[in-house]
Design a binder for this molecule. Sequence first.
Ligand SMILES: [Zn+2]
Length: 452
Amino acid sequence: MMRKIYSVALLAISLLSAQPSHQEIADKITRKGLEDLYAFEMLEDLTQYGHRFSGTPGYDKAVQWAEQKLKEVGADSVWLQPVVVPHWVRGNPEKAVATIGKKKIDLSVCALGGSVATPKNGITAEVIEVKSLAEAKQLGERAKGKIIFYNRPFDKTKINPFEAYGGAVDQRSRGAIEAAKVGAVAVLVRSMTNAIYKVPHTGAMRYADTVAKIPAAAISTMDANYLSDELQKGSKVSVTLTMDCTTLPEVQTYSVIGEIRGTEYPNEIVLIGGHLDSWDRGTGAHDDGSGVVQCIDVLRLMHELQLKPKRTIRCVLFANEENGLRGARAYAKNIDTMKEKHIVAIESDAGGFSPRGFGVEADSVRFLKIASFASLLENIGADRIRMGGGGADISVLEKFGTVLIGLSPDPQRYFDYHHTDIDTIDKVHPRELQLGAIAIAILTWALAQEGV
Ligand SMILES: [Zn+2]
């Protein structure tokens, strides 16, 4: 009898040790990912449709592509989630001409997303420069009939440009509201970047129902510096701004979802995601084509390596992150908390650059558990796991107690391309992009096996 128990125990031990360790699986994922560089191949496909702005045919094509691709890479089930999205149209190219004394200078501008148009012949007005919303408020009567020019640059001393973005973006999102309150007729906002060039950056802006809706445009950093120098010299600067944008009726479209069912805890969800839409400039290669193909590639790697996760891995490609967050809201609304629990969500929406680690929004116990997986990410240099993170789309899951995680790639070049004509595939490096997919796959695997 004793001998029998002994041999059963031995058998159990040998079976247990036959299970590959997380490190062995991480190594397999890395090798396979680098061998195929499939994320980049997908990004080439996805970006061939042009931009994927909400409400446009380009977005609809991306939906079809993503649905097909998720099936192709081996998701157990794939479905579309209906979302109603805004439909703003830029119209004819924007124009801005500065008049300084006898000189007339063309400025590089683009309408901010959601802006109203100018009258057909444009708005011509004197320009007043401010560095903040508070300064705009203080202008009082002096702002009447003027164009307010918000020109607070990124804080260059911030090591992480995402922090500098956070410190400057109120000018873009709320600038038109504060300017309208003091009677301004339009706003020009310095583009959200550290780079100095002639490329304007679009992005979301808001209006308030209580004040006039005035046209809002981004101006390139080089032109912003030029205007600022002239104003500092005491020149009188006026600008004629012409914009043709309109807001059309809302459109019904979809987020795209695919998953691999968990073998032991199928109702516990490890969500991975990015947003399928982009701005209507460039082709959204970094923002957020990269996140989309990385998340699809996680399912592909699991499937091809025949990894069977204990918990469900669900890839969600959200509609309309850029100008409404409607996809994320629709997703949160449709969660049936009786049937499933989202234990953790990982978002990739910070560009397809070399992964450095992950930012984690969780209590300290769960943070430490996730941080304990850092060693699995060491080989690919993505082992920096820090407190604080997440992302716009997954933020809607916070109320369910979900742990929120954001992939943190090298942040230095993201805002060179963000929301511009030059966010195109040639700015994405196949290996860097792939390493991001590998990092997400490794962490996703560990979380799907161990929970949190
Ligand atoms: Zn994005």
